[in-house]
Design a protein around this ligand. Sequence first.
Ligand SMILES: [Zn+2]
Length: 80
Amino acid sequence: MSQTYSIACKDCKKALWIAQGSYSVKERGHVYTTQAHSKALFAFFIAHEKHHLIFGVNVEEPIIDYDEIEIDSKYSGDEQ
Ligand SMILES: [Zn+2]
């Protein structure tokens, strides 16, 4: 298991998993950079403009009950 990074909206109770890291203190998290993930992230910012957003490592609390946005189904069109 490695660390996960999510951005979440406290107002809408939605979360987007955008990166994964490791337990090494030297390694930084790997942010997903596919076209689908980029689209999902931009869409998230637009949809939740001026909302209370949180971002963090292993932010299971308080977002464990939030709706996880499915990237593959909604943001297809990845060229890779
Ligand atoms: Zn929101």
